[in-house]
Design a protein. Structure first.
Length: 144
C-alpha cells in the first residue's frame, strides 16, 4: 500500500499536478516564508526605534544637565547678590533687624552647601559674610 502511494505521488509530481495536501504544504511553506520575512522587517524596525530612543535619551540628558547647571548658576547668583547687597547696605549705615541677619545667615549656609555640592569656590561673599557676622555680633553686644 505504501509503495503504491509513493508511486502515485511520484507520478503526480512528474506530471506537474498538485493534490490538496501538496497545495496545503506549499501554501504553509509560503506562509512560513512570508512570516519570517515580516518578523525580520519588524525586528529591523524595532532595532532602529531603539537606536533612535537611545539618541533621544542622550539629547534629553544633555539638555537636562544644561538646564540644571543654568538653574544652579541662577540660584548661586541670586544668593550671592542678596548677601552682597545686605553687606553693602550695612556698610552704608542701614541698621537691619535681627531677623534680617538670621535670614542672611541661612542664605549663606544654603549658598555654601550649593557650592560644596557642585565643587565650586566661594569668592567675595566670604569677606562680605565676615563683615556681616562682625556687625551682627556688634549689634548683639551693644544693642545697636
Amino acid at each position: 500500500m505504501k509503495t503504491i502511494l509513493s508511486f502515485f505521488e511520484w507520478c503526480i509530481d512528474k506530471m506537474g499536478l498538485e493534490t490538496k495536501w501538496m497545495r496545503k504544504d506549499r501554501e504553509d511553506h509560503e506562509q512560513l516564508l512570508e512570516n519570517t520575512k515580516a518578523i525580520k522587517e519588524l525586528s529591523e524596525r524595532c532595532e532602529e526605534a531603539v537606536r533612535q530612543s537611545i539618541q533621544g535619551d542622550e539629547i534629553i540628558g544633555r539638555d537636562l544637565k544644561r538646564l540644571t547647571d543654568l538653574f544652579i548658576d541662577k540660584q548661586i547668583d541670586d544668593m550671592r547678590y542678596e548677601i552682597l547687597d545686605f553687606a553693602s547696605s550695612l556698610s552704608s549705615g542701614r541698621i537691619p533687624n535681627l531677623e534680617a541677619f538670621d535670614h542672611i545667615m541661612k542664605i549663606y549656609q544654603k549658598y555654601e552647601k550649593i557650592l560644596e555640592e557642585n565643587n565650586m569656590d566661594n569668592g567675595l561673599v566670604q569677606e562680605s559674610i565676615k563683615f556681616i557676622t562682625e556687625k551682627y555680633h556688634n549689634r548683639l553686644e551693644h544693642g545697636l
